[in-house]
Design a protein around this ligand. Structure first.
Ligand code: NAD
Ligand code: UDP
Length: 322
């Protein structure tokens, strides 16, 4: 049994990861300040003796003092707002959790001799001029815009990982995560799949930004969580940056119509201005993940959306009767 620390444990990805690690029989400490995450995400594990939850802010080194007397084998640093709506509302929180927070977690990993996976992002490529994006592409990021607090903080987080890998020999691995979805994203999260599914199920307008020709590549959460764990396990991945995403690409307009069809919704599809610096295309090259980890996604968008829609439908019904 390992002792594994997960930051951002009450968030979308963190809560799925915690459940998977506990199911495998590991002891997990989850740390989260509940800024965008909700404790409801952890209801299945909160009373499990293998799980301890600490409501705290990982930008404060004191948040890790509870681990002083404990061995730690692995650290997943997932804490950070991820939806543009939330990271733009808390730009400095986003900057500190990915810089000071990453530093604090790397210090912990260094002291404990633990491995660390850092959740970086496809946003490290910005509005890419190379398509699709391999890890070797250095990106096209604007420092002077509403997305910069997230994109540049993640890039600096990667730099801090590099320093700890090269100077302190911490076994660190960076996951550049591409758009990931499933049930568990809050209805008000603001990200596209949560918005479109909620809108389609409640009969509201489906709000396409711009003309919907911008593209994204959507990865189902189970594939992502499997990828992160393989990354942690791989010795060959120490000191490596690896794309974790689904290489099948869709326009946002295609996504809107797919969700409208799958929900059999009467919602109208409406168009509003494209937010500033919204990337026009995004698709991962996943050759490195295939080579290093033997990983590739297994769940296609149609199937993943059906599972997601079913779950949103049930939770919307539950809230109606509460
Ligand atoms: P999320 O917002 O659902 O979860 C993030 C969690 O971090 C929340 O529970 C939040 O309360 C917590 N948190 C934020 N600041 C904190 C702090 N200072 N101290 C402690 N906890 C803090 O987001 P998510 O989708 O689960 O994303 C998880 C990670 O994966 C993030 O680092 C994100 O940047 C990265 N990522 C996610 C995606 C995706 O599509 N979901 C894509 C790229 C990268
Ligand atoms: N988007 C949209 N309507 C929405 C929410 C998002 O058209 O209600 C678009 C957004 O402009 C972007 C894409 O969907 O082009 C993905 O947005 P999201 O916020 O999910 O993630 P991003 O990849 O931009 O970080």
């Amino acid at each position: 049994m390992k002792h594994i620390v997960v930051t951002g444990a009450a968030g979308f990805l963190g809560s799925h990861l915690v459940k998977s690690l506990i199911q495998q029989g590991h002891r997990v400490t989850g740390i989260d300040n509940l800024s965008t995450g909700v404790s409801q995400n952890l209801r299945e594990v909160i009373n499990n003796p293998l799980f301890q939850f600490c409501k705290d802010d990982v930008t404060q080194a004191s948040s890790l003092e509870i681990l002083d007397q404990q061995t730690v084998d692995e650290v997943y640093h997932l804490a950070s707002p991820a939806s543009p709506k939330f990271y733009q509302a808390d730009a400095f929180g986003t900057i500190w959790v990915n810089t000071q927070g990453t530093y604090n977690l790397l210090e912990l990993a260094h002291k404990k001799g633990a491995k660390l996976v850092y959740a970086s992002t496809s946003e490290a490529y910005g509005d890419p001029e190379v398509h699709p994006q391999p890890e070797t592409y250095k990106g096209s990021v604007n420092t002077w815009g509403p997305r910069a607090c997230y994109d540049e903080a993640k890039r600096l987080g990667e730099v801090i990982c590099y320093e700890y890998f090269t100077k302190q020999q911490v076994k660190v691995k960076v996951a550049r995560i591409f758009n990931t979805y499933s049930a568990g994203l809050r209805n008000d999260d603001g990200r596209v799949i949560s918005n479109f599914v909620t809108q389609a199920l409640t009969g509201e307008d489906i709000t396409v930004y711009g003309d919907g020709s911008q593209t994204r590549s959507f990865c189902y959460v189970d594939d992502n969580i499997r990828g992160l764990q393989l990354l942690m396990a791989s010795e060959k991945a120490n000191g490596q940056i690896v794309n974790i995403g689904n290489p099948k690409e869709y326009t946002i307009l295609e996504l809107a119509h797919l969700i409208k069809d799958l929900t059999q919704s009467n919602s109208n599809v409406t168009f509003s201005p494209l937010p500033e610096d919204d990337p026009k295309v995004r698709r991962p090259v996943i050759d490195k993940a295939k080579d290093l980890l033997g990983w590739e996604p297994e769940v296609n968008l149609d199937h993943g959306l059906r599972l997601t829609i079913e779950n949103y439908r049930e939770s919307l019904l539950e809230t109606q009767f509460e």
